[in-house]
Design a protein around this ligand. Sequence first.
Ligand code: FES
Length: 147
Amino acid sequence: MERRDFLKGACRICLLGAAGAAIVDITGCSPAVGNSIFKPEVVDNMVTVPIALFNQKTFGVISPNKYPYEVAIEKKEDGNYIALLLQCTHYENQLTPTGNGFTCSLHGSKFSLDGNVLKGPAEAPLKQLKITKTNTNLIINLLRVKK
Ligand code: FES
């Protein structure tokens, strides 16, 4: 077994444990964070997130049902949203929110809330997912990266 395959397998096992938590609540880490739990169904590689979840907060992490990675969503001051796939860009490990960014437990990479690398070994920023905004929902495509 190649080292990379082993690490991917280990990461997936870790993700199964993380899947038990529907949403990561990091209340207390940031004053802008709420405490809703949301685990949307994945349909055609997309999830629908009610905008109302962000009436009282500007940041949350959702756990798409049966999907290996969580997604961080941040409401910006201009009313737009960004969605980051919490998959480490080093060896694809699930990332952990810290309140002011994300950290990888496997080799210690750190990312800012905007997904930029603060500390390696990861070199690439997090994938920002494409969001389609309707009057009431954010529709996040889990496979399409915003350019
Ligand atoms: S998998 Fe190596 S730092 Fe995240």
